[in-house]
Unconditional design. Sequence first.
Lengths: 151, 217
Amino acid sequence: MREPVERARAVAAAIPDPELPVVTLGDLGILRDVRHTPDGGIEVLITPTYSGCPAMDAIRDDLRRALPGVTVTTVLSPPWTTDWITEEGRRKLREHGISPPGRAVMVALTVRCPRCGSPRTRLVSRYSSTACKAHYVCRECLEPFDHVKEI
Amino acid sequence: MIEALEIGDDCLVLSQRLSEWVTRAPTLEEDIALANLSLDLLGQARALLSRAGDEDELAYLRDPEGFRNCLLVEQPNGDFAHTVVRHLLYTAFLHALYTRHPDDEVAAKGVKELAYHRDYAALWTVRLGRGTEESHRRMAAALEALWPFTDELFEGRPGLREPWAAHVSRALDTAGLAMPAHAPQRSGGRRGEHTEHLAELLRELQGLHREHLGASW
């Protein structure tokens, strides 16, 4: 049988993100740590993508529901970066029509259309349905799509 | 460390101003962009005000004299040009301030967000400055109206004006706009001496909470 901390980590990591439910807290890299507290309990550390991320309350609630009795702590440092999104997370985003981020140290990489794969895309707005996404449109297949922007 | 009350109030008040655009922005894309900018600042405000005390009490129960925000952020949205110029002038300052505090966790996170804010404001400055005669005229008028609130940003904060001026003048040059010369300056926000606009902003921000103490959704 696995350690309680490892079990809790697996449960927490598998919780879907409330705003991007195709990916999990683990995929996004917003689950920072799961550890024992001095009094024998378990503490889950999470970090917001953006300072004002409105999903944090829902994430805390989801964690407490899935892991009754845990302490949920929000940490700001080190600041979240899209580089923490796992390969698995990137694949799931692409499969669901959301263009995954490039590397955060940006050399203005081409954003490819997640539908047809064309690099001929155009930025419509740097802000989209959530703080962490920008809005693009494909010039090839004309599909509008979201891109998780590098930060 | 960042001055929690002063910068927390800047972020809260500017966040509230930007949120006033929601459902009223020129296009749907800008509506969403402005809401996201507002949200970033609200998150930073909450983190900073929580350091200064109870965030809800500080946001909802202080009178205007208790607020320590600079006068620039409380100025009304005006037309879109005023909102763009205010954002250009303020976010260039906040980005410079955050850059100087890499060990402060709010600043270290916020600086990445502010980089997008600065770009957003600079892009619109260029677009409107070089757009039509009308958009250029409105940008020049907004600069004229808001420039008097810029000196206050640097009071007691040496070393920030240079990076600020470099960013702002680059955007204005590209936009074909000139920095206003000899504008008389105003200050007092950091001492609680505000323009009449803050009271009106707070009436909307605090109205519900003050009328129905403890109300929840």
